[in-house]
Write a protein that binds this ligand. Structure first.
Ligand code: URA
Length: 270
C-alpha cells in the first residue's frame, strides 16, 4: 500500500536505495507446497511486480546465493590470479557470479585515481553514490577523503589509486559479512599487486582487518605494518574512515596524524 501523497516510482526507488529488496505479498503463499521451478518463476514475477525498477531474475539471485563459499573463493582466486593487468581484473570481476552482492548492486565499483600513484587507499565498500556512479569515494565520505589528501599535497588524479575491499554495495550500506569479504578478497589482493603501490592505506576497520589482520581500528590506526604483495613487501597503515569522521569530527585530529605520517613516509622514500 503506497502512502497517499507519495510518488510510487520514487518510493520504490527509495526502498531499493535503503536495501529493501524483499516485501511481503498481500496474499499468502505456501512456497513449500510449490515445486522449486514454480516458486522461482513466481518469485521473479512477484519481484518484477513489486519493484519494476530493479527486478532481478530470481534464478540469478539464487545462483549467486547458492554458490558454496569455498567454491566461490576458489573461483575468485583462479579468476583474479589469471588477470595480468588491472583492465583484465576488472573484466574478470564483472564476470564473477560468486558474490550475491552483485545481484543487488547497480554497478561494479572497481577503482578511481591513478594506478601509477605511489599510494593505494582501500576502503570498505561502495555506498549509494558510489553504486550509482560506479566510482569509489564520490559521496560525502569521498569529499572528505579528497580534503584529507589535499591537506598533505596529494590528489587522486595524480598521486593516489583508490579501491574498496568489496566492489559491490551491500544493501542499505550494511557492514559486509565475513563470507562476502572472504569471497572478494582475492580480487582486491590481486588489484593491489597489479597496481604495485609503495604504500597501502586501509580506510576503516573492515579494510584494516581484511587486508592487514588488524582488529579494532581505534587501537590499530596509525601503526605502520607490512603488507606482503607477491614477491614484494610494502609499508601499510590503517586510518579512520571518513564516514566515521563525519559523525565524530573530534577524531579528525587522529586521522590528521595518520595523514602526516603518510606524507613523512612518502617524503622519506622519494
Ligand atoms: N565508503 C567506502 O568505504 N568506500 C566508498 O567507496 C564509499 C564510502
Amino acid at each position: 500500500m503506497i502512502p497517499a501523497g507519495h510518488d510510487p516510482v520514487e518510493l520504490i526507488a527509495w526502498y531499493a536505495e535503503m536495501g529493501v529488496t524483499e516485501m511481503l505479498d498481500e496474499t499468502p503463499h505456501d512456497h513449500f507446497a510449490e515445486s522449486p521451478q514454480a516458486a522461482e518463476a513466481a518469485a521473479t514475477q512477484a519481484a518484477a511486480r513489486r519493484n519494476p525498477l530493479r527486478a532481478v531474475p530470481a534464478a540469478r539471485v539464487i545462483a549467486a546465493d547458492a554458490t558454496a563459499p569455498d567454491e566461490a573463493m576458489q573461483s575468485a582466486r583462479l579468476l583474479a590470479g589469471q588477470a595480468k593487468t588491472l583492465d583484465e581484473l576488472k573484466v574478470a570481476l564483472a564476470s564473477f557470479e560468486g558474490c550475491a552482492l552483485k545481484a543487488t548492486a547497480k554497478n561494479l565499483v572497481f577503482a578511481d585515481g591513478n594506478p601509477e600513484g605511489r599510494v593505494m587507499f582501500v576502503g570498505e565498500a561502495p555506498g549509494a553514490d558510489e553504486d550509482r556512479l560506479g566510482l569509489p569515494f564520490v559521496g560525502r565520505s569521498g569529499q572528505l577523503l579528497d580534503r584529507m589528501l589535499a591537506a598533505i599535497g596529494l590528489n587522486r588524479q595524480e598521486h593516489v589509486y583508490i579501491a574498496n575491499l568489496l566492489p559491490w554495495r551491500p544493501p542499505g550500506n550494511r557492514t559486509p559479512t565475513p563470507q562476502e569479504v572472504a569471497i572478494c578478497l582475492p580480487f582486491i589482493q590481486r588489484q593491489i599487486e597489479l597496481a604495485n603501490p609503495d604504500i597501502l592505506v586501509c580506510i576503516g576497520g573492515p579494510s584494516a582487518q581484511g587486508l592487514l589482520g588488524f582488529t579494532g581500528i581505534l587501537a590499530s590506526r596509525g601503526k605502520w605494518t607490512e603488507y606482503e604483495m607477491g614477491a614484494r613487501r610494502i609499508r601499510a597503515l590503517a586510518t579512520l574512515h571518513p564516514a566515521y569522521l563525519l559523525r565524530q569530527p573530534l577524531q579528525k585530529r587522529l586521522a590528521w596524524r595518520d595523514m602526516r605520517a603518510l606524507k613523512a613516509a612518502l617524503d622519506a622514500a622519494s
